[in-house]
Design a protein around this ligand. Structure first.
Ligand SMILES: Cc1cc2nc3c(=O)[nH]c(=O)nc-3n(C[C@H](O)[C@H](O)[C@H](O)COP(=O)(O)OP(=O)(O)OC[C@H]3O[C@@H](n4cnc5c(N)ncnc54)[C@H](O)[C@@H]3O)c2cc1C
Length: 472
């Protein structure tokens, strides 16, 4: 019997456990134990039910175009629970000089692809509009070294585009800053498009044409979620795992290779246990601290991956407020506005299943790489900030029916410049330890689908290393 330890019970670790469970059920000689520090499994996927509303503490959905989360949901019996975002109402605003200005039609992740809506939009200055027109003739450019997203976007569209769009969009996804994040790691498609076409606008149009030609059937929604919230995914996964294999409230303190070179000793809560292989599915920072005593070099590289914190605040309102809120999915707040809030989502518009007809849900985001101090504020102080800024930005004066504040310390990996090189170093050190696999949001994608993929691939890797391939 081959024994595998999984360290970390977020979506990455649970996806690994599910792949191993499938293998175990099919009669292969494998067993696994999953160690999780907290009393609950699921990591940042947490859903609360308040006043008939579904309140997401962490992620509220995932990108439909990345298939791994949808595929997993289907495998665990949640196929009929998947819902799409209400894209017919998709409209996003940017706060500009204290007011909401709608993002012009045709902007594809900050790349303008339609001339008239962009020209007519009050969002951009004439200077930026000229830059956008000139961008069409941008010559192909192959960067020799990695650079920040801000450097690339500025080369194409100028600094205003970085402040108004690149920065707020990236803080929404990574909680990070365009001036720090690596273009090759977070927007590899942009780097490819620039080297092939030069102009990002022309490249985006060409890719849209190709996608249209290849796509059959109606357009898919941009975001996918679950009717009863993201926690459904965790509950369904946990229900399919071997309950004896799940050790909650079990923080792993250290991981040491066996002296005979065959396997590992896991030390959790002062008890040790032997395993043939290990999947580290925590943040890279937590992996570094667990590996510190056994492999200092690897621990140092892992510890070099930075993490940012995030705070989400959900406010519930009555029908009157619902009628008074602007249509659309919500708004982004550029840094130049001098606010603490980074973005807000009108959840009842994005996913109508989340609130009854007589309720409105506004979800606000704070923190990120620029505002780690927010974690020091009390819930009352955070609520005060959010309510003041909502009053000033959208004139929302009403008292909420309920409010929830969630703090996520060091939860969002920051793929800063040089991230890919760091990953290469990590992989070459890891290859010397074939029965160790790494999964989680610190490496090749921060979103839920990428975490599912990383957990599943880690399971395949360790099974292969022991000669028990997943396909076998
Ligand atoms: C506020 C927020 C909003 C987000 N929104 C979205 C979104 O809308 N869409 C999207 O796709 N993605 C979103 N993300 C990103 C995505 O949710 C995460 O990247 C992903 O869920 C991370 O999963 P994970 O299992 O790798 O890590 P985690 O969920 O962090 O789980 C890691 C687990 O490891 C445990 N652990 C740590 N150290 C140890 C130890 N020594 N021993 C045992 N256990 C340990 C932790 O307790 C934790 O439970 C969001 C993230 C946040 C924080």
């Amino acid at each position: 019997m081959k024994r595998i330890a999984i360290i970390g019970g977020g979506i990455s670790g649970l996806s690994a456990a599910f792949a191993l469970e499938e293998k175990r059920k099919s009669g292969s000689p494998v067993e696994y134990v999953l160690f999780e520090s907290n009393p609950r499994l699921g990591g940042v996927l947490v859903t609360d039910h308040v006043d008939g509303c579904i309140v997401e503490a962490g992620p509220d959905s995932f990108l439909t175009e990345k298939p791994w989360a949808t595929d997993l949901c289907t495998k665990i019996g949640l196929g009929d629970q998947l819902i799409g975002s209400n894209d017919s109402d998709r409209k996003t605003y940017i706060v500009t000089n204290g007011k909401l200005v709608v993002m012009p039609d045709g902007l594809m992740f900050m790349v303008p692809t339609k001339i008239m809506p962009t020209v007519l939009s009050p969002l951009f200055s004439w200077r930026t509009k000229f830059r956008m027109a000139a961008e069409w003739f941008h010559p192909p450019h192959k960067a020799t070294a990695d650079e920040t997203v801000a450097q690339m976007v500025e080369r194409h569209y100028g600094p205003e585009m970085v402040d108004l769009l690149a920065d707020p969009l990236l803080s929404g996804v990574y909680g990070g800053e365009a001036s720090q994040l690596s273009v090759r790691s977070v927007l590899p498609r942009f780097a490819d498009m620039e080297s092939q076409y030069g102009s990002l606008g022309r490249a985006m149009l060409a890719s849209r044409k190709k996608m249209k030609a290849a796509s059959k059937g109606p357009a898919r929604p941009l975001f996918t979620s679950l009717k009863d919230g993201m926690q459904q995914m965790i509950d369904a996964l946990v229900a399919r795992l071997d309950t004896n294999a799940l050790r909650t409230t079990s923080p792993v303190e250290s991981l040491l290779p066996q002296s005979d070179g065959n396997g590992w000793t896991v030390c959790a809560r002062y008890k040790t246990d032997r395993f043939d292989a290990v999947i580290m599915a925590t943040s890279a920072q937590a992996a570094a601290s667990v590996m510190q005593s056994s492999n200092e070099k690897l621990a140092q590289e892992l510890g070099g991956i930075q993490y940012g914190s995030s705070v989400t605040v959900t406010l519930g309102y009555d029908e009157k407020v619902r009628r008074s809120l602007p249509p659309g999915f919500g708004f982004l707040v550029p840094r130049s506005e001098g606010r603490r809030m980074l973005a807000a989502t009108f959840v009842h518009n994005k996913f109508p299943h989340r609130a009854p007809e007589n309720r409105a849900i506004v979800r606000c985001f704070l923190g990120g790489a620029r505002d780690e101090q927010i974690l020091q504020s009390s819930e009352e102080e955070i609520l005060e900030i959010v309510r003041r800024e909502l009053r000033e930005i959208i004139g929302l004066n009403a008292d909420p029916l309920f409010a929830r504040v969630y703090k996520w310390k060091a939860a969002m990996a920051q793929y800063t410049v040089g991230h890919l090189e760091r990953l290469q170093h990590i992989e070459s050190l890891r290859q010397q330890l074939p029965t160790l696999a790494l999964a989680g949001n610190g490496y090749n994608g921060i979103g839920v689908p990428d975490c599912v993929r990383s957990g599943t691939e880690a399971a395949i890797k360790v099974l292969d290393s022991m000669g028990v391939g997943l396909a076998a």
